[in-house]
Design a protein. Sequence first.
Length: 376
Amino acid sequence: MQKVPFFKHDLGETELQAISEVLQGNILTTGDFVASFESKFSRYLQANHAVGLTSCTAALHLSLEALGIKEGDEVITTPLSFIATSTAILHSGARPIFVDVEADTGNLDTKRIVEAITPRTKAILPVHLFGQMCDMKSLRNIADKYGLSIVEDAAHCIEGERDGIRPGQLGDTACFSFYATKNITCGEGGAVVTQSQKLAEQIALLRTHGMDSTASDRDKHGYSHWDMPILGWKYNMDNIQASMLLPQMERIEINLEKRKRLVQRYRERLKPCQDITLFETQPKVKHCYHLMPIRVAANKRDKLIDFLSASGIGCVVNYRPIHTFSYFAKNLPYNTGQFPIAENIGDEVISLPLYPELKLETVDWVCNQVRKFFDD
Ligand SMILES: *Cc1c(COP(=O)(O)O)cnc(C)c1O
C-alpha cells in the first residue's frame, strides 16, 4: 500500500450501524432507506425530486431515455471527462458531439456551443469538472433558445453552487455518483435530481425494468399482480447502499470544509513553483474541491507520475480526452488535434491525493516531493 493513497474513504462505525439496521429488517433491495435518502438528498440540493440508482452512468442514461433522446439524435458534451459521460449518450442511441473546453477551468466552453448545434441536436450534457459548476445560466439560455434539454453530469459536484444556482435547478436533470472515490460513497451508487415530477416518475419506472410496483410495495401491501408497461433497466439503488449514504449527508459540509483547507494549502505551496499551473475558480462559484488537479509540461507529466509513485504517493490523470480512446477514435468521426485545449489539459494534468482525513503536514510533504522533482 502507498504511503499517501490517492483517496481514502472515511466510512466506519456509523456506516456499520446503518447497515446493521437494514439487516434487522427484511427489505435489502429498494425500500424505505432509499426513500429517506432520496428525500434527504433532494432537500440538500433544494430540488423537488431525487431518484436513487446504481451509478451516475445509469443516471445519465435514464435521464436521456426519460427525455426521449434516441438513435439519430445528437448530444453536445465535453471531451474532457470520464468516459461514462459519453458512453451514456451512446447507450441512449444518440451521438456525442464534442465541444472544446475553457483553458482556465476545463469546463465546457459555452461560447462554442451554438456553432455545434444542428437540426439533430436534442440536448447539452455539461460536466461540472473537478467540483466547479459550469455557467448554467448561459447554458439554460442557449438550451431554451434552441429547444434543447440539459442533463448535468454532477458526479464531482454535490455541494456546488454558481450564481446562486445548484445542480439540478436549471438542468432538466442532474446526475450524481457515489462511486468509491466520490465525495459521498457507498462503493457503487448514483442518483438523479430533478425539478420535474414527470421525469422523476419516469426514471423511477425505468430503474426497475419498467415494472409498475416494487418488492417493497408487495412487502407492505401483500401480493398483487403487476404490469410492465414500458421496457426499463435494472438500475435501482438498494437499502444497503442508501443506509451507508444517509450518515454521510450529515457531514457533507464538514468534509467539504476539510478538503477546502487542504486545497488552499496545496495552492499556497505550489503557486510559487514556475513549473506548475493551477486551475482557476470563477466568481460566484462555491467549489466542491472534489479533486486537486495541477498542470505540468506535457513532456514531464508521466515522469512526475512515476516519481511520485516511487515516493509512495498515489496520483491519477483526470482526464485523457474521451475522443482519444480507441473505441471512440474508431466509432466517432473525431481525430486527435480537433479539441486542442482539452487535449493539452489531458497531456498536462495530474490529480494529487485529496480526501477529508488527509493531514496538512502530508500535503506539505507531497508538495515538497513535487517541487523536488522539478528542482533535481
Ligand atoms: C465517476 C464519474 C462518472 C461515473 O460515475 P459512476 O457512478 O461510476 O457511473 C461520470 N462522470 C464523471 C465526471 C465522473 O467523475
